[in-house]
Design a protein around this ligand. Structure first.
Ligand code: MOS
Length: 739
């Protein structure tokens, strides 16, 4: 099904099943501990041995010798594959560093050997017995020190061959110089780790040339093609199975070392191998969100109209890596005639930086939305009002290109009303509650909506059950549920008549889960397949498909009606289709919007910040399931609190690694850290986004939150901190005297 004109009325609009707050269809499996996660799939293949990764103990240099004699003689050891004795693996299309290093070492904890043994403990113990001789080379590990030498990279999303340049609209410098009220400030965000609950894990088994991996991957089709490329085998010889994923947050968008090492280990041992990365290996072996240094300049007239906007961001990465695109939302969020955007990239020898939890917008808004708060204060203007007066309904770089739907102003007004914003005292450090200084802060939320081809297969059986098969993944988001709702709605059956099978590369290739594109695109693909199945059903039963109504397990046209199941009485009906998109996302800017409101208390004596309550108001197209969408948004809001208050990978700038590489040292918020979270979804359908009229929502819940927390802290204390995370030592000395 090609989607190239805005959606008209269609079966989804019935909203008998879609749009309802349905509990997860996979909830029982999860709460009973029977949802199969990669490492626990004991039943899929017999005789599983255990693999353990050895990571490089240096960040940059060469391996000259690996002595495996003691490890080979250790109890239970079945096979050892090292960087020096195996043909070099290829680099995947989506990887920056090789997933199996050596002799060259590109980053700390890069995989250099895998040990396979009868038990996990034996494999781990033997891995520790491998003696590695390195020749160290000096590396570059300090972004702040290297920022000046960072090179300009293209700030435009229009991929082309043009040399990178600063992106300009109008004349920023003269407009900024002429502006009566300005902000010019630099903000920093640290390296961060995904810290999803389920570690990277894979069971790999070979059958001749054919490799099956049971793994934890957000993007099954990417995993298949990149694992094949890495191992230099044909993609059709690789099967990926990833039905349940214990969180990804971007860390599982791309194949990682667990899959490669399990496959190499299984080949060497002649047995299936399971391998998980231990928590302390993940931070340095895999990927992280790169740190940023962001300079923002805003110029406005006295009434708050923005006349000049500049956002320049510097980040680092391994050679060949990409920048954190922290300027992306600033290009679209506010009007303003004169604009400047620049992205700079420094080469670092730290582990690979890549997508994490709303890459681009999440760290970008951490800077921009503090700058807006600073501007509002200088103007003596309410921060909500400042954002409202600078709203735009068109792409500021291409004014003939409207937003497909944009309710930022409504989000902000609704949020201010529901949160009790009018009770905020604009004068900082003026509200106390016992030992706490209390403040309120807000920020706009913005995240783009991406459209991606997505395919599905649906089958109708003689018992009237509709089975959906697609390689779509459920990373904890609710994919099983919204896909079941889509199939039930389109086929006119109850949810109890729908079975959803996900995550298998034998199924048609879906959008996968990433960039908050999964929900809208994967359901649109299922809708396309179901519409095709309706045609097959109508033909079988002698109905005109365009007139037939599918409801209550029946097909009805005029005064004739038949049971849906009758169409499959003799043989199951199968339909396969995909959704593909025309250029509606070029004609219209498709984005999602939020207003984030936060109240904090900062301990007057210790400087510790406690979040007291949070509200997110989201406008993100049709909400397919308010329950699962809300769960995503409150999870995302918690991540925003993490970014604001605690999350930071500490860099050892001499040795080149992240020091706090476990969940004791790398802190993330827990439920008890945030007593109260509210989410409101504005009523919205977007007929340009897909036949579902939905958009992404998960990552929107995060974008802007950290700045709202930061602004609330400023309102509480009067101390402006521009370096995340806002830990107590950054403002303790400057807090108002305790009287
Ligand atoms: Mo997301 S960081 O694109 O999984």
């Amino acid at each position: 099904m090609k989607f190239d004109t805005p959606a008209g009325q269609n079966p989804i609009d019935q909203l008998k099943v879609v749009g309802k707050p349905t509990a997860r269809v996979d909830g029982k499996l999860k709460t009973s501990g029977t949802a199969p996660y990669a490492y626990e799939r004991h039943d899929v293949v017999a005789n599983q041995a255990y693999g353990h990764m050895l990571g490089s103990a240096i960040a940059k240099g060469r391996i000259t010798r690996m002595d495996t004699s003691a490890a080979k003689a250790a109890p239970g050891v079945l096979a050892i594959v090292t960087a020096l004795d195996t043909p070099k693996v290829a680099k995947g299309r989506f990887n920056t560093a090789s997933l199996f290093g050596g002799p060259k070492v590109e980053h700390y904890h890069q995989a250099i050997a895998v040990v396979v043994a009868e038990s996990f403990e034996q494999a781990r113990a033997a891995a520790a017995m491998i003696r590695v001789t390195y020749v160290k080379q000096p590396g570059r590990y300090d972004l702040a020190a290297l920022a000046k030498s960072a090179k300009l990279v293209s700030a435009s999303s229009d991929e082309g061959t043009a040399p990178p340049e600063v992106l300009r609209v109008g004349k920023f410098e003269s407009a900024f110089a002429a502006a009566p009220v300005t902000v010019d400030a630099t903000y920093t965000t640290p390296d961060e780790s995904h810290a999803m609950m389920e570690p990277h894990a894979t069971i790999a088994a070979w059958n001749g040339d054919k490799l099956t991996v049971w793994t934890s991957a957000q993007m099954v089709a990417w995993a298949r093609s990149d694992l094949a490329r890495t191992l230099r085998i044909k993609p059709e010889n690789v099967r990926i199975d990833s039905p349940f994923i214990g969180g990804g947050f971007g860390a599982k968008l791309f194949v990682r070392a667990d899959a490669v090492l399990a496959a190499l280990g299984a080949k060497a041992a002649g047995r299936p191998v399971k391998l998980a990365l231990s928590r302390p290996q993940i931070a340095n072996n895999t990927v992280h969100r790169p740190a940023t240094i962001q300079r923002i300049r805003l110029g406005a007239t006295r009434d708050g109209t923005l006349t000049a906007i500049a956002h320049e961001s510097t980040s680092g990465n391994l050679p060949g890596g990409s920048p954190e695109t922290a300027q992306s939302q600033t290009r679209l969020l506010y009007a303003g005639a004169n604009r400047l955007f620049a992205l700079r990239l420094a080469e670092l020898d730290l582990p690979e930086g890549n997508a994490m939890r709303a890459p681009g917008e999440a760290p970008g808004l951490m800077a921009l939305e503090i700058a807006m708060d600073e501007l509002a204060e200088k103007l003596g203007m309410d921060p909500v009002q400042l954002r409202i007066v600078n709203d735009t309904q068109v792409d500021p770089e291409k004014p003939d290109r409207p937003f497909s739907s944009r309710q930022l102003v409504e989000c902000l007004r609704t949020g201010a009303d529901k949160f009790g914003w009018s009770k905020r005292n604009a004068r900082p450090a003026s509200v106390r509650d016992g030992r706490f200084l209390v403040g309120m802060g807000m920020a706009a939320g913005f995240r783009n909506n991406l459209v991606v081809r997505s395919a599905a297969r649906v089958r109708l059986d003689k018992d009237g059950v509709v089975t959906v098969e697609t390689d779509m993944t459920d990373i904890g988001t609710g994919s099983y549920t919204v896909i079941a709702q889509t199939a039930a709605e389109t086929m006119g059956v109850g949810l109890d008549r729908v079975k959803v099978m996900l995550g298998d590369s034998d199924f048609p290739a879906s959008s996968g889960s990433g960039g908050q594109w999964g929900g809208n695109n994967s359901t649109a693909g299922v809708y396309a397949a179901c519409m095709k199945l309706r045609e097959a059903v109508a033909t079988q039963l002698g109905f005109d498909a365009s007139r037939a109504v599918f409801a209550d397990g029946r097909v009805i046209a005029g005064d004739r009606s038949a049971a849906l199941a009758d169409a499959a009485r003799d043989v199951a009906l199968i339909a396969e289709d995909h959704i593909e998109y025309g250029d509606l996302d070029k004609q219209y800017q498709q984005s999602t919007f939020a207003g984030h409101f936060v109240e904090v208390g900062v301990d007057r004596f210790t400087g510790v910040t406690r979040v007291r309550r949070m509200l997110a108001v989201c406008a993100a197209g049709r909400i397919l399931n308010p329950t699962t969408a809300r769960s995503q948004v409150i999870g995302a809001m918690s991540m925003g609190v993490g970014a604001a208050l605690m999350e930071e990978l500490a860099v050892d700038t001499k040795r080149g690694f992240f020091v706090n590489h476990d969940l004791a040292g790398y802190e993330v918020p827990v439920h008890a850290d945030i007593p109260h979270q509210d989410v409101i979804f504005l009523d919205e359908t977007d007929n340009k986004s897909s036949p579902m009229k939905a958009k992404g929502v998960g990552e929107l819940g995060l974008c802007g939150v950290a700045a709202a927390v930061a602004n609330a802290i400023y309102n509480a204390t009067g101390v402006r901190v521009r370096e995340y995370p806002i830990t107590l030592e950054k403002h303790l000395e400057k807090l108002p005297a305790v009287t």
